[in-house]
Design a binder for this molecule. Structure first.
Ligand code: 8IG
Length: 269
């Protein structure tokens, strides 16, 4: 027998997800990056929590500060939406392949989600972005050299990070800035010279996730909101080496601001 396609596998995962959560359809998905869990706790009432490994196509989480769980969360708002919250993601640097990286996104689409909020922790290239500053992703540069799309499907990527959703965020918090996110393969951080390259090619944020997921989400027809939490100044800018513990601490410190943003924006998506 041939292996199921990534799209079939996502359909299977969504069917199992519906059984395990007792919720036939989800409306909106959120993927939590480094530092985002405390913020997401404020979103609403968790009606179910499952292990990703109980769904077809997912494997165990690999990074401290990421847990391999998916929550079904009742979100406030007029229509009472049901959110699917991924407490972890599969990173490109885990070496499981691009299909594994975007399996959660495809599962969310198959589960009915018409929008997705992709969050991450990353390095910032603007001095004014002190650790703990959330920044809206306006566009991206995918430096992995890979695509999650299989076959000759020439997907359009203009307005990939919905200007409508960015507008809603800015109505809620006019002080929010925007930036272009560059995805590096990782897992090492950049060299100062590579951050110089990011600046030269028009990037403002450096990280190890999000762009492949955004491409898969667009392919699946979802509207995308991308928000980075700047947890550190990009390599070479602060004079100090980058430290994963500091990254997690910056997330904890900024949780309230990000939690308020998510809680107010999600019901309006
Ligand atoms: I959190 O400075 C976090 N993730 N590539 N560079 C890259 N990824 C990151 C960084 C960073 N900070």
């Amino acid at each position: 027998m041939t292996d199921p396609s990534p799209y079939d596998l996502a359909q299977q995962a969504a069917a199992r997800l519906a059984e395990l959560t007792g919720t036939a359809r989800h409306d909106i998905a959120l993927v939590l990056g480094s530092g985002w869990l405390p913020a997401a706790e404020m979103l609403g009432e968790t009606t179910a929590e499952i292990d990703t490994t109980d769904l077809p196509g997912f494997s165990a989480a690999a990074v401290a500060g990421h847990s391999g769980k998916i929550r079904s969360v009742r979100v406030g708002g007029p229509d009472g939406q049901q959110a699917l919250v991924f407490l972890s993601r599969t990173h490109y640097y885990e070496g499981k392949g691009v299909a594994a990286v975007v399996h959660g996104v495809r599962t969310a689409a198959a589960a009915g989600c018409r929008a997705i909020v992709l969050t991450n922790g990353c390095g910032g290239l603007k001095e004014t972005w002190t650790p703990g500053t959330p920044v809206l992703i306006s566009d991206h540069i995918n430096l992995t050299g890979k695509s999650p799309i299989e076959g000759a499907n020439f997907v359009d990527l203009t307005d990939l990070y919905s200007s409508r959703l960015r507008g809603i965020c800015k109505e809620i918090d006019p002080s929010l800035d925007e930036g272009v996110y560059c995805q590096f393969p990782g897992p090492h951080y950049e060299t100062p010279a590579e951050i110089g390259m990011v600046r030269a090619i028009g990037g403002h944020l450096a990280g190890m996730s999000t762009t492949l997921e955004a491409i898969a989400a667009r392919e699946a027809g979802m509207e995308i909101l991308g928000i980075s939490l700047v947890t550190n100044l990009a390599a070479g800018m602060s004079g100090a080496p980058l430290d994963h513990a500091e990254v997690l601490e910056a997330g904890r410190a900024a949780a309230t601001r990000m939690g308020e943003l998510l809680t107010r924006v999600v019901p309006r998506i």
